[in-house]
Design a protein around this ligand. Structure first.
Ligand code: AR6
Length: 172
């Protein structure tokens, strides 16, 4: 059984086996959560991302996929980088967003991670509406067969926290 928990705060302050990063395909950093993770995690994360770009992901990490690196100075063993879709009003990209959660949990299982902290993927720079992103995140985690014991959504502000809380109340 996977327990879903909610926390409002900064994901880089969390203690977990794995912390998920809402990255971009380049894996070389950016703003938002990505910038915060690299800043607090230190250069070891970027070094490993560069190695991944030079080997397995020469064209970048495709949207909806996930890959792990060291967590550097963060209070975690791994960072799992995943690339959310940019929100579109003309194309339904929900399955790509769901894939980020599924693939991150698959990587977590491969690593043996039991506690995994997720941000609200795609809801910042990539503009996904929060309520819909929360629904996809919670539904996907609930539907995924995983050995992860705790999935912790770490929401940056109260609006995001409330959106996820509403989804959790819905299905329980
Ligand atoms: N802890 C938890 N949540 C955070 C934090 C934090 N420290 N900082 C921001 N958020 P975003 P995306 C929230 O933009 O939409 C980057 O430049 C934020 O309020 O980080 O998937 C990447 O390199 C929002 O709700 O990720 C990509 O280019 C959520 O995290 C692009 O942004 C996600 O916002 C990815 O865009």
């Amino acid at each position: 059984m996977t327990t879903i928990t909610l926390v409002q705060g900064d994901i880089t302050r969390q203690s977990a086996d794995a912390i998920v990063n809402a990255a971009n395909s380049s894996l070389l950093g950016g703003g938002g959560v990505d910038g915060a993770i690299h800043r607090r995690g230190g250069p070891a994360i970027l070094e490993e991302c560069r190695r991944l770009r030079a080997t397995k992901y020469r064209k970048g990490l495709p949207t909806g996929q996930a890959v792990a690196t060291t967590a550097g100075d963060l209070d975690a063993r791994w960072v799992i980088h995943t690339v959310g879709p940019v929100y579109s009003t003309t194309e339904d990209r929900s399955d790509l967003l769901a894939s980020c959660y599924r693939e991150s949990l698959r990587v977590a299982d491969e690593l043996g991670a039991k506690t995994v902290a997720f941000p609200a993927i795609s809801t910042g720079v990539y503009r996904w509406p929060m309520d819909d992103a929360a629904r996809i995140a919670v539904e996907t985690v609930r539907a995924t067969d995983t050995a992860v014991e705790e999935v912790r959504f770490v929401l940056f502000d109260e609006r995001a926290y409330n959106a996820f809380a509403a989804q959790l109340e819905d299905g329980t």
